[in-house]
Ligand binder design. Structure first.
Ligand code: PFF
Length: 481
């Protein structure tokens, strides 16, 4: 029995998956990581990973959702039972739910900063301000737990309201208005950047590839970013996939999501760097690129307050279309498992994530360096939570690739993929070998930062490997290739 319903239109999954994928990852994280890592070479590795690893896992994750027609946790339980595979694969669902909960907690705090900047831009507070004033303004925002909590609450409540209204009335309708508006705003900002900034410098920076420029750390960051931006391994795509009509094509949809997500990141990068270079500013400002460097560029340009305000509305809209995809998998689970009503389930998820978000809030002020948390864990709570997600995310992706590649049989996959034999073989090679190798590589990135995680990490990899090998020797009734 399935309690799940299906999206109203064939194309809604695409819309929802793009909404999930396009977010702070494209507008905030991608440009600053590219800026820090010297431009083109970073983008090349990022794009390669999107296509060789991201798309195959995206297909796999959607497939698991649609094949089970349940929320990730219940869905994986269902699939392991009906397919006679090890129950340990259920960890995919739990890992996804835990990651969604953790990511939402800090995602909402950072999206809250965009509320602050929308307001500052539209009221013209920053017009004509100099670097010092804008830098001091950002520092003052981070120093205020009250203000951060206020914005964090606003953002998470808005996200919860949309999901609470249900997948049709809330999510579908919300996205149908939001997404076209976001694309229109993005183009406005791009044209503004071309007209007022230095587009040639931006294009040169983004499209000049010199792999020698990229550090090993840069390689790893590019791969990690490709996971984050496609919302992989966190149950979001699986939850949305559960509502996908059976006749929609998995492969074509995954390609479209990846291409559009990459295009948005590229256009955002072009727009932002045109403005940054046009104002003679530094591309390598790190996380402050959007909240300090960019406001500074807008402060010096005609109609900067207005266009800057519109830009931050874009950031907010993109963030909310992603945050709802973090609430959905957990809320759907609570509805299925505990028979809660949807509003109750959403309330529980959002409240818990909001409370956890307070740890991120204080990480920038009262619990910043020198606090007890820092002394105990060697990092701020925000860094700690981000680190956990950096481990869970690739681990989830790895497990999904292995489950789809090794545990499911040919006919089980073909029933969902309905594709040519050649593309099936290519896909299976990618999920069986290329994706796990790449993910293991991304994964190792965390190790130097977290010696304490070394053992559990290696342990997890060995266990996962053992499962994979186990499935290559199929049990009774699973003699198929
Ligand atoms: N893909 C989103 C972004 O690029 O901002 C972030 C995200 C959303 C990650 C949903 C994971 C997720 F499940």
């Amino acid at each position: 029995m399935s309690t799940h319903n299906v999206w109203t239109h064939k194309g809604t999954f695409l819309l929802a998956a793009i909404g999930s994928a396009v977010g702070l990852g494209n507008l905030w994280r991608f440009p600053y990581l590219t800026g820090e890592n010297g431009g083109g070479a970073f983008i090349l590795v990022y794009a390669l990973t999107i296509f060789a690893v991201g798309i195959p896992i995206l297909i796999a994750e959607t497939m698991l959702g649609r094949a089970s027609r349940r929320s990730p946790i219940m869905g994986m339980r269902f699939l392991t039972r009906t397919h006679g595979t090890y129950r340990a694969w259920e960890s995919i669902g739990w890992l996804g739910a835990a990651s969604a909960f953790l990511i939402l907690s800090f995602y909402s705090v950072i999206a809250g900063w965009a509320i602050h900047y929308t307001w500052q831009m539209l009221t013209g507070t920053l017009v004509g301000a100099d670097a010092e004033a804008i830098g001091a303004g950002f520092d003052a925002l981070l120093a205020s737990p009250g203000l951060l909590t206020f914005y964090h609450s606003l953002f998470i409540i808005a996200s919860g309201l949309i999901v609470g209204m249900g997948i049709h009335k809330g999510i579908e309708n919300g996205l149908r208005i939001l997404m076209p508006a976001l694309f229109a705003i993005l183009l406005v900002v791009l044209f503004y950047g071309i007209a007022n900034g230095d587009f040639a410098a931006a294009a040169g920076f983004l499209f000049t590839f010199n792999l020698g420029d990229l550090s090993l750390e840069g390689w790893l960051q590019a791969m990690g970013q490709s996971f984050f931006t496609l919302s992989l391994g966190m149950g979001a795509i699986m939850a949305y996939g559960a509502y996908m009509p059976s006749d929609a094509s998995l492969s074509r949809t995954a390609f479209a999501v990846a291409v559009i997500d990459t295009a948005v990141a590229t256009v955002a990068g072009l727009a932002i760097f045109s403005l940054v270079f046009g104002a003679g500013l530094d591309a390598a400002a790190g996380p402050g690129l959007m909240f300090v460097t960019l406001p500074l560029a807008f402060a010096e340009m005609p109609f900067g307050g207005l266009v800057g305000g519109v830009f931050f509305i874009l950031v907010l809209g993109a963030a909310i279309s992603s945050s709802i995809s973090l609430i959905e998998p957990v809320a759907a689970f609570l509805v299925e498992r505990f028979d809660l009503t949807r509003p109750q389930a959403v309330f529980a998820m959002v409240l818990a994530s909001w409370a956890l978000g307070l740890l991120t809030v204080v990480s920038f002020n009262t619990w910043a360096e020198g606090s007890l948390f820092h002394t105990l864990f060697g990092r701020s709570a925000f860094d700690f939570i981000e680190l956990l997600t950096n481990i869970f995310m690739p681990l989830g992706g790895l497990l999904i690739a292995l489950f789809a590649g090794w545990a499911l049989t040919y006919s089980e996959v073909m029933k969902e993929m309905r594709t040519s034999e050649t593309w099936f073989q290519v896909w299976r090679f990618l999920v069986r070998f290329v994706a796990p190798a790449a993910v293991a590589f991304v994964f190792l990135r965390s190790i130097p930062q977290v010696e304490g995680y070394l053992l559990p990490t290696v342990g997890a990899l060995i266990i996962v490997g053992a499962f994979a090998v186990g499935r290559t020797y199929p049990g009774k009734g699973r003699q198929e290739r």
